[in-house]
Ligand binder design. Structure first.
Ligand SMILES: [Zn+2]
Length: 446
């Protein structure tokens, strides 16, 4: 099946803004990227489905480099007595109560709803970090099936290993990661695997040694690093070294390792991250919501570290996340030039695709002949001039600030959303079922 997104504004993700352009999709890839003039001369193949792109803006599909789909059903959940004083308190009083109540069906439904909401925000690839300590075996397959098969997005998956639920659950977590990694088909363009770790402060030396002994070469870990200040304090007290040194000690600072947050690293640790070319992912809205501090964007970018962006499960909207990343830097540094467009452009449209490339081996992030056909088409009619130099201004102050969604979404050349409707999922039915499952989930929380 071929598709032509026709007569639309196109930003190619690199340098070109085409007005009234056209994108021909064939065999999972962008076959042609045409200007209006080229389109008029082009002999369109038969059996091509035409999508009218008038009043729309097509951009490369977005990547969420750190999220937790399991949190999707927490929205509106009442937690009597909730009064955390620290970041660990938030984990203990909220997230570790929720994840213990997850059963296979709520794992599946959380992933389904989270992936659907991501799709509506133009996200085509999710890098997920999953926890369900009372339903570990097989949980990654449930998440993968919901994301990749039911909704149709790409995903990189891992299970959040920790010692917080005892040896049996820990061992299940190790096996779940290893089995999922081993089952990956290297030719499957929809799915990738990492080895998930919760955080240094919930991982004993014995557990990290087991991980170090058994993690396959080339596979990275996906871990929270220094999200709250207590993670570093505990690491120094208990292990006599800082977190990045500890990960390095176990050989886990890899080019495919994703270090989420990294808010409280010292200069030596930042240098080590740069030296080992590990990946750092910033999650500004989650950091602000948890009151844990502001990310050193300039410090990491200045060291040439790959800096990605994720939502950490707090919503799915990557453009709003990027907007927040910008205003957080300005606010924190008292500098109206901090978090400027060059840095933002690099994070979302260069580094996030580069992260996904390390995991999938596919060059995302651009609309060009031969590129994967992962394309988000937003309902967006610019009220001011738009060109390659100011497109980020339109994405942030137009689409993000006004919370606009896609009309159409393609992943690997296949339609996921057409004219605002999901192709594979009945959204009304999925949301109604999710409300039932969420009520039952909330009822199990202790
Ligand atoms: Zn997280």
């Amino acid at each position: 099946m071929r598709f032509l997104i026709d007569n639309t504004l196109i930003w190619d993700g690199e340098s070109r803004l085409i007005e009234s352009g056209a994108i021909l999709i064939e065999d999972g890839e962008v076959k042609e990227l045409l200007t209006d003039e080229e389109r008029r001369k082009y002999a369109l193949p038969t059996d091509t489905e035409r999508i009218d792109g008038e009043g729309k803006l097509a951009i490369p599909g977005l990547i969420n480099a750190h999220t937790h789909l399991y949190s999707s059903l927490a929205r509106g959940m009442a937690l009597p007595g909730f009064s955390p004083k620290t970041f660990t308190g938030i984990l203990e009083q909220l997230w570790w109560r929720l994840d213990k109540a997850l059963d296979p069906e709520s794992v599946r439904v959380s992933a389904l709803i989270g992936a659907m909401e991501a799709a509506r925000c133009g996200v085509t690839t999710l890098i997920d970090h999953h926890a369900s300590p009372h339903a570990v075996p097989g949980s990654l397959d449930l998440v993968k099936t919901a994301v990749c098969d039911d909704v149709g997005l790409r995903g990189a998956f891992c299970y959040e290993l920790s010692d917080r639920d005892g040896v049996e659950v820990r061992d299940q977590g190790i096996e779940e990661n290893l089995e999922f990694i081993a089952a990956q088909d290297p030719d499957d363009p929809m799915s990738a695997a990492l080895f998930g770790l919760h955080a240094s402060f919930t991982l004993s030396d014995e557990t990290l040694k087991l991980v170090a002994d058994r993690i396959p070469d080339g596979v990275g870990v996906h871990i929270h690093v220094a999200e709250g200040p207590e993670d570093e304090i505990q690491c120094v007290e208990r292990h006599g070294m800082r977190i990045i040194e500890r990960l390095n000690h176990y050989g886990l600072l890899r080019e495919t390792s994703i270090l989420a947050h990294c808010l409280h690293l010292d200069e030596h640790e930042k240098n080590l991250v740069a030296q080992f070319k590990a990946i750092v992912v910033h999650n500004p809205r989650s950091n602000m919501n948890n009151a844990v501090g502001a990310f050193d964007m300039a410090g990491f970018l200045g060291r040439d570290v790959l800096v990605g962006l994720g939502t950490d499960g707090l919503g799915a909207n990557m453009l709003t996340e990027l907007f927040t990343a910008s205003i957080l830097q300005k606010h924190e540094r008292r500098d109206p030039l901090a978090g400027g467009f060059p840095d933002l452009n690099k994070i979302l449209f260069i580094d996030n695709p580069a992260i996904a490339f390390r995991l999938f081996g596919i060059e995302f992030g651009r609309i060009a002949p031969g590129a994967p056909a992962d394309i988000a088409v937003f309902d967006y009619r610019p009220p001011t001039p738009i060109d390659a130099g100011n497109v980020l201004g339109h994405l942030l102050f137009g689409i993000a600030v006004h919370d606009l969604h896609v009309s159409d979404l393609f992943v690997a050349g296949r339609p996921v959303i057409r004219d605002g409707a999901f192709i594979n999922v009945d959204a009304d039915e999925a949301y109604a079922h999710a409300r039932t499952v969420a009520r039952e989930l909330w009822g199990r929380i202790e």
